[in-house]
Each structure stands twice: as structure tokens, then as C-alpha cells.
Design a protein. Structure first.
Ligand code: ATP
Ligand code: MG
Length: 435
């Protein structure tokens, strides 16, 4: 729970110092330029994910807290310390979603979506985790995610990996590293867990405090600790891939063969584990060194036990999520088209304003983007505004143009001007300026 303890002076004074005119720490406004870039990314996502056979799904941002406690696992960072959980008006505990998979699985069970042999979903939207804000780590961040439900075949793991790999290529992000591992299944993982615990037993007092706690609750996560001392102590730890049962071995071999067949470069990281409890077999992470210490841009894997854990029919599944903010840092913004304004309409005086208001509406109805100035403003100011907006052309109508029933069209690049009769105005502007 992250609600403020009552009568806690420090917390109260912190609240007082917080201004209602600043966004909360770790929460961020997306101003027009950034919002537009993200919308561009969303458009690319729709295109590509639909091509790979995924259907969109949108789940609520608030869910019953226990969905995440059960779905993500008690001994995970998210549940231990990152959830935004609070009481609803009826006293029930609800949480802002920290990730998307548990909600998609809940929807899959609730709406009996298992009727189809396999279901493929993708989503994007905000996630919330109470983390220490820093570069690449926010409290409200955004993810694009995909899930394939209903098929244990390693081909699905490969399809998902090929989608994520191709997604980065399509966005011209080429310097990524794909690391894979297999975490085994309920048959072989306990054997590995024991081997790992035996190995770490002698070193436990030299591990960090968090890892010492994890030794009992979630020893695999010790391999994920970023502290150099813990990293050094686990360098020679046993590897899950050496403890896989024959079925998990076959699965992992086929995943690797599939990646080789599609020529998707990847490396084996035998100490790659995932923060969430529900992963089985394949686990993967995509990183990029330009991102600094928060270098993971996407992560995912197979979670064959989750649907059943949450009360649904036994359903194998595999999924992944990409961090949008980290991805945006890797994308070259020059490939994102800038908005263009083909036409700025400059009325001079009330009568011209009235006439041009209806022309503006006609042009917009027909799909031509245009902006109209204030009829009380002088020409100089309106031209300045047109320049600021990057308008390609300016249409000027004042009293003398009204009298002549002709408008002036100025090309802002060549500075050439021409007169256009009112009778032909909308037809000509639409045919000339609409792309
Ligand atoms: P990390 O190790 O960075 O904490 P994680 O294992 O918690 O990542 P996942 O739950 O697998 O992350 O989420 C998938 C992706 O979402 C991450 O690879 C990252 O790109 C992004 N992500 C996760 N947490 C944050 C955050 N707090 N702020 C921004 N992006 C995030
Ligand atoms: Mg995390």
C-alpha cells in the first residue's frame, strides 16, 4: 500500500511542499510534440501488430488488487513495493495496473475467450508503479504489449520474438540485443531452484539485504540483482538451462532453431530471469546500451501456468511488453512526419471574417487542414502567426477583396501572390493544397 500514513509529519509536510500546479513526481505531461510522436508510434504499432495477426484489447486501468497479487506473485518487486493500491468507497482494495498481462488474462477468462484455438491480443496504455523516478523510470509509464494464448508450441514463442524484433527494425532501431533463456516448468524448476539455493547458501551473508530476503521467497530473482557484489557472487551460479526436463529442453531447442531460421540474432543469457513469478520456459529481454542503466526496452516470455492460477482453464501462453518511453529515446525523431499546415486564412475586418469562417468550415469538412486568424488583427500580425505555424499558403481577404469578389493567395515559400475569384475559391484550394 502506498497511501500516506495518517499523522505522519514528514509525509504531511511533503504533501504541503507539493504544488497542485506541478504534476506528481514520476508522472509526466505529454505536450503536443511528444504526444504526436507517441501517436505516430501507436499508428505503427496498429499496422504491424495487425499484420502479425493480433487483435486489439483494452482493459480497465483499475482492477481488484488481488488480481495482481495472485497474478504477479507476492515475492516480486511490483507487489512488494511498487503497487498503487487504495480502498474503494465500499472498502474493497483496488489497484492501478502495474502491467497488462494479468488484466488481459482476467478478460480472457471472464469473457470465455478460450473458445478459439488460439487468441492473439495486443494493447497499449499507461501502467503505474511506485518506483524511484529517474531517467527511463517513471511512476506512470506506457507499454505496448502482446499476448498469444492457447498454444504450447514453441513456434508461438518464435512468432512473438520475430514480431518484437521486426518492430524495432521497422522503427529503424537496429542496435538492440535480444537475450533469451529458459526458466523451466513446474517439473524441472524446483530442481533448479534447489541447486541454486545450495550454491548460494555459502555466500548468503555476502549478498545484499534484498537478496538475502529473496533467498527463501524467490531465489531466482537473486540472479537479477543489479548490485556489482551480488552479480560477482552469482557469476558461477548454476544455470537453469542445465536443469531442464526433456520437454523444456526440446521446447528451448525449437525456439532457438526458429530464431536461426528467421535469422534473428540473439544471445543466450543463462542468468536471465524475469521479475514476475509467472514465467515458465522461454524468458527474454531486449536491451539497448544507449539507454544507460535502465537499458531494458522490452521483456517477456512464456507463462503457461498463469491462466489456471487466476482461475481459468489450463491455457499455455506467451507474451511481452515494450516500454514506450524507453523506446522513444531510441527512435530518430527526424523520421516522424511533422504536422503541416497547408493554408492559413487571414480575414481583415468583420465582413471578411464572416465570409472566411464559412469557407474555413467548407475546406475542413473536405479534409483540408487550415487555420483562421482573428479578423480584428492586422495583416502583419496574422502573417507572423502564419509563419509561426509553418503555413504553406496564406489566403487574404479584406474590404477591397470583398468588393472585387477575389481573394489573394500567397505562397509562403516563393512569396508569389495571385488573385482567385470567390466563385472558384474552395474548388481551387481543395484541388491544389490537399495532398
Ligand atoms: P526493470 O528491470 O527496468 O525494472 P521490469 O522487469 O520491471 O524492468 P517489465 O515489467 O518486464 O519491466 O516491463 C517491460 C518493459 O516496460 C521494461 O523493459 C521497460 O522498458 C518498461 N518499464 C518497466 N518499468 C518501467 C518504469 N518504471 N518506467 C519506464 N518504463 C518501464
Ligand atoms: Mg521493474
Amino acid at each position: 500500500m502506498t497511501s500516506l500514513p495518517k499523522n505522519n509529519e514528514e509525509a504531511v509536510s511533503k504533501q504541503i511542499r507539493m504544488s497542485p500546479l506541478s504534476a506528481l513526481k514520476g508522472f509526466k505531461d505529454l505536450l503536443p510534440e511528444e504526444a504526436r510522436q507517441i501517436q505516430w508510434l501507436e499508428g505503427k504499432t496498429h499496422e504491424l501488430f495487425e499484420t502479425f495477426g493480433f487483435s486489439p484489447i483494452r482493459t480497465p486501468i483499475l482492477e481488484i488488487a488481488s488480481l495482481f497479487n495472485r497474478g504477479i506473485g507476492e515475492a516480486t518487486d511490483i507487489i512488494e513495493k511498487e503497487m498503487y493500491t487504495f480502498e474503494d468507497w465500499d472498502g474493497g482494495k483496488i489497484s492501478l495496473r502495474p502491467e497488462g498481462t494479468a488484466s488481459v488474462v482476467r478478460a480472457y477468462i471472464e469473457h470465455h475467450l478460450s473458445y478459439a484455438p488460439i487468441a492473439k491480443f495486443y494493447y497499449m496504455g499507461p501502467m503505474f508503479r511506485h518506483e524511484r523516478p529517474q531517467a527511463g523510470r517513471l511512476r506512470q509509464f506506457h507499454q505496448i504489449g502482446a499476448e498469444i494464448m492457447g498454444d504450447p508450441n514453441p513456434r508461438q514463442d518464435v512468432e512473438l520474438l520475430s514480431l518484437s524484433y521486426h518492430f524495432f527494425r521497422k522503427l529503424d532501431v537496429n542496435d538492440i540485443t535480444l537475450e533469451i533463456n529458459s526458466l523451466g516448468c513446474p517439473q524441472c524448476r524446483p530442481v533448479y531452484r534447489l541447486a541454486l539455493m545450495n550454491d548460494l547458501q555459502a555466500k548468503i551473508s555476502r549478498l545484499c539485504e534484498v537478496c538475502q530476503r529473496r533467498y527463501q521467497s524467490n531465489p531466482l530473482r537473486i540472479l537479477d540483482c543489479k548490485k556489482p557484489a551480488c552479480k560477482e557472487r552469482t557469476r558461477t551460479a548454476p544455470r537453469s538451462i542445465d536443469h531442464l526436463c526433456p520437454e523444456c529442453q526440446r521446447h528451448f531447442k525449437e525456439v532457438q532453431e526458429g530464431l536461426a531460421c528467421l535469422e534473428i540474432p540473439h544471445t543466450l543469457n543463462p542468468h536471465l530471469v524475469r521479475g514476475l513469478d509467472y514465467y515458465t520456459k522461454t524468458a527474454f529481454e531486449i536491451t539497448n546500451n544507449r539507454l544507460g542503466s535502465q537499458n531494458a526496452v522490452a521483456a517477456g516470455g512464456r507463462y503457461d501456468g498463469l491462466v489456471e492460477t487466476l482461475g481459468g482453464p489450463s491455457t499455455p501462453a506467451v507474451g511481452f511488453a515494450i516500454g514506450i518511453e524507453r523506446l522513444m529515446q531510441l527512435i530518430d525523431p527526424t523520421q516522424i512526419p511533422k504536422p503541416s499546415l497547408p493554408l492559413y486564412i487571414a480575414p481583415l475586418g468583420k465582413a471578411a471574417g464572416q465570409f472566411l469562417l464559412s469557407l474555413t468550415f467548407t475546406l475542413r469538412k473536405n479534409g483540408l487542414a487550415c487555420e483562421m486568424g482573428n479578423e480584428a488583427g492586422n495583416l502583419k500580425n496574422q502573417m507572423k502567426q502564419a509563419d509561426r505555424l509553418g503555413a504553406g499558403h496564406v489566403l487574404i481577404v479584406g474590404e477591397s477583396e470583398l468588393a472585387k469578389r477575389c481573394a489573394i493567395l500567397r505562397n509562403m515559400t516563393t512569396k508569389m501572390q495571385e488573385e482567385i475569384p470567390f466563385a472558384k475559391l474552395s474548388e481551387l484550394l481543395l484541388s491544389r493544397l490537399q495532398h
